[in-house]
Every structure is written in C-alpha cells, then in structure tokens.
Design a protein around this ligand. Structure first.
Ligand code: GDD
Ligand code: MG
Length: 360
C-alpha cells in the first residue's frame, strides 16, 4: 500500500471563527497544523502519495504543505465545488489514484488523532481478503459515531451511523475513521452527487454480500471535533501519549515554541503548548492547555485544560478551567471561567465580570 486519501472537507464551516468551533485541520496541535501528524504517520507507514480531498479552506493547505516533499510525500489537492460527503469525496479523487484494481488504498478522516498501527490494518486487509477493512475502537458512549458490530472472526455484520434509539446501540465498537479499500471498490461509488460512505456505501456493500473486515485496535484514539478534544489531543502529543513523528522537540511537560516569552516563575505543565510570539507573565500557572500564537497570559492567571486563541489576552489572576477563548478576545483580570464556556473571537470581558464564587 503506497497511497492514501485524506478527507478534510465538510459542510458550512468556512465562515466560522476558528477557535470557538470545530478546530480546523490547520490549527496547530503541538506546534504544527494538526493534519501534519496524520501525514507524518502515514509516511512512516510507507505511504508515498496522498490525495487531500477538501471542500473548503483548500487554499490554506497547499501554501503550507505544497507538493508534500518536506514530509517525504507527494501530495495532491482536490477541491469539491459543493461538499460531496465522505463517499462522494472519495469517489471524486479516484482518477488521481495510481493503484491497480486489487491494490489497497488507505483512507482516513482528517479530524482524528490516533496511534493506529497502519501496517497491521493493511495486513488484516490482505490476509482476510476483504473488500474494505476498518479500524474500530471501543468507546463508552458510541452515540456520536458509526457503530460497527462484528462476528467472532472480525467480519463486519452491520454499520449503524449515529444510532438514535437505545435498541440500536448493539456494540461499543465504533468506526475509528481509517479504512483500507480495495481500489476497485472505490470505483463503484456513484459519481456527481453527495454520498455518505457511512450511511450509504457501507450498508449497501454489506447488503450485497461484500466482505467488510473490522480490526479492533485499542491504541490511542481521539476525535478532535471539539475545542476541548483538540486541547486534550495537543497535550497528549506533547506528553508523548499520542504518537507522532511530527512533534517538534522533545516530549515532556511543555512545548514552548520559538519566539514565545515565558516568565521564569511561570509554571507550565501537563503538555501545555505556548505558541510563537505568545507571552506568559510572572506567576501564571498553565496546565494541559494550548496558548496560540501571540496570546498574552497575564500575571498570576491559572489556566487548566483550556484553549487560548491567537492574539487573545487573559487578565491577571483570571482562572480558566476547560474554557475556550476565541482568537483576539480579551478577558479582563479576576474572572473565573469554567466548564466548556466559549468566549467568542474578538469579544471583551471586563475585569471581575464572571465568577463562580460569591466571596470576592
Ligand atoms: N472532502 C470532504 N467532503 N470531506 C468531508 C466531507 C465532504 O463533503 N464531509 C465530511 N468530510 C470529512 C471531515 O472533514 C472529516 O475529516 C471526515 O470526513 C468525517 O466527517 P465528520 O463530519 O467529522 O464526521 P463525524 O465525526 O460526525 O463521524 C465520522 O467519524 C467518526 C469517527 O470520528 C464517521 O466516519 C463515523 O462513522 C466515525 O465513527
Ligand atoms: Mg469528526
């Protein structure tokens, strides 16, 4: 297997401010656009040719990754005029593939951080003789995912995308968003209209007796689809829990990028990343968080499991816990923001405006 398709499109996200919504593939995780981790892992597994299937923000990928040679890859870009869905996006790039009809093609969702053993998935595919092989992982609450029950040999028996009723929750095995397709199966997806690989292609393949094989691999796996998950993923990359050849520098408690300024007595722990040109003032404590480029964390602020957007300011002694501060937002001194709160990009919060305790 030497080529892969990476899915990085989708509906209606183009105009949304970056940090307060679904993180975009170019938001830096552990110092590099998070797509880099998947690209580097694919390369390490022997992939040489990658087609990036996108429907938005295409213009940001190419200037950064170019022809892929800096990663040892050959990258091509295909932009859909209207989002074609996951299956439509795969079909839409078929003409760019070089593999023969029986050869395996790796396909993966662009919003996943994973330690998947890619060669093992390819191996499973080849030894089982499957038409499509899927990486499966187990999660506590499978409702936001594609459920994939298998028989004792690992053969997929059904594919239930985003189950709605308790009766539909028949397994805790979910589609982890990485597949190996036999090349010729890609050519059977209809052209010229949106197709969901999860809602249409997989169920139809199963109905017509095709062989779908599941490989349950309980390695590191995280869907980065929310800012909170993104913060977790970034910290795990820095700590070395999520394996990636693309993390700059050594693994450890913190990653301070070139051009950041951190006061000597500031404490950075739990895989915190401080972006280029960001400043952390005296006595600030930042744990398991992402501080993007040019942001300012003032003296004595206490930041935990939070995302601070590019150019944002967090005032002195302010406490952030599981908070998302949008790009360019200003949070005054002595605020206390917790539990999934999102301060919109560019918003202003005065000193002492939000607190959870009544005593100050
Ligand atoms: N090019 C292109 N065009 N890409 C698309 C399109 C499209 O129209 N729609 C979605 N994608 C890409 C997304 O950018 C993402 O990388 C991937 O396909 C999956 O789409 P999501 O919208 O993130 O789907 P999801 O997270 O709700 O569910 C998917 O991922 C789960 C695992 O995280 C499904 O594959 C589930 O079955 C799976 O469990
Ligand atoms: Mg997703």
């Amino acid at each position: 297997m030497t080529e892969a398709i990476l899915l990085v499109g989708g509906k209606g996200t183009r105009l949304r401010p970056m940090t307060v919504h679904t993180p975009k593939p170019m938001v830096p995780a552990a110092g590099v656009p998070f797509l880099t981790h998947q690209l580097a892992r694919a390369r390490a597994a022997g992939v040489e040719h990658i087609v990036l299937a996108t429907s938005y923000l295409a213009e940001v990928f190419e200037p950064y990754f170019g022809d892929g040679s800096s990663l040892g890859l050959h990258i091509e870009y295909v932009t859909e005029r209207e989002p074609l869905g996951t299956g439509g996006a795969i079909r839409n790039v078929a003409s760019r593939l070089r593999s023969g009809p029986d050869e395996p093609v790796l396909i993966f969702n662009g919003d996943i951080l994973t330690g998947l053993d890619i060669p093992a998935l390819v191996d499973t595919h080849e030894t089982s003789g499957a038409d499509v092989s899927l990486h499966l992982t187990r999660v506590e609450d499978p409702r936001a995912f594609g459920l994939v029950p298998t028989d004792p040999t690992g053969r997929v028996t059904a594919f239930l995308e985003k189950p709605q009723t308790p009766e539909e929750i028949v397994t805790d095995q979910i589609n982890a968003g990485a597949y190996v397709f036999r090349r010729s199966v890609i050519d059977t997806i209809p052209t010229g209209r949106p197709v969901s690989v999860e809602r249409e292609t997989f169920p139809e393949l199963l109905a017509t007796g095709a062989h779908l094989q599941g490989m349950v691999d309980s390695t590191y796996w995280l869907d980065l689809g929310t800012p909170q998950a993104f913060v977790r993923g970034s910290a795990d990359l820095v700590l070395g829990r999520a394996p990636s050849p693309a993390v700059p520098g050594r693994r450890g408690d913190r990653l301070v990028l070139a051009g950041a300024t951190v006061a000597e007595d500031a404490k950075l722990t739990g895989g915190t990343v401080i972006g280029t040109g960001a400043t952390v003032a005296e006595g600030a404590r930042i744990d398991g968080s992402v501080v993007l480029d040019g942001a300012l964390v003032e003296a004595g602020a206490v930041v935990t499991d939070s995302l601070i957007g590019a150019g944002a300011r967090v005032g002195a002694r302010t406490v952030l816990h599981g908070a998302v501060i949008g790009d360019g937002a200003r949070v005054g001194a002595d605020n206390e923001l917790r539990d999934g709160v999102r301060v919109w990009c560019g918003a202003r919060l005065p000193d002492g405006a939000v607190r959870f305790s009544s005593d100050q």
